[in-house]
Design a protein around this ligand. Structure first.
Ligand code: FES
Length: 124
């Protein structure tokens, strides 16, 4: 959960760094995400298509990596302290706790991170 604050804003600005298909370039997409909204849903509703399968925080397909800011990923079915420590986020079940910058399409590196630690890595 996000740290409690009586003055928390109702929404945050989330900058998504989206790699091109060949990984050579990155485009920047900015979305507004409600404090009680999952980042993937907000991005989809604002016309940004990102990888996703289960939408329950289990399959790792929607993985991103935090460049700056804080998220609440407690809605995920399977999200480990080690994921958080490494900066990974599951966008389907993550709510913003601050303005954010997140690099998307990180499923391969999150699965490699999980495998290196002996943690479950679906579809690896
Ligand atoms: S879509 Fe499966 S973990 Fe997010």
């Amino acid at each position: 959960m996000c740290a409690l604050s009586n003055s928390a804003p109702p929404s945050y600005t989330v900058k998504l760094l989206v790699p091109s298909d060949d990984g050579q370039k990155e485009s920047e997409q900015v979305v507004t995400v409600g404090a009680d909204e999952h980042i993937l849903n907000a991005a989809n509703a604002q016309g940004i298509v990102l990888p996703a399968m289960c939408r329950q925080g289990r399959c790792v397909t929607c993985a991103g990596r935090i460049v700056g800011g804080e998220v609440d990923n407690s809605d995920a079915d399977m999200y480990f302290p080690e994921d958080r420590a490494a900066g990974f986020v599951l966008l389907c079940t993550a709510k913003p706790c601050s303005d954010l910058t997140i690099r998307t399409n990180q499923q391969d590196s999150m699965r490699a991170h999980r495998l290196a630690l002996g943690l479950p890595a679906p579809y690896a």
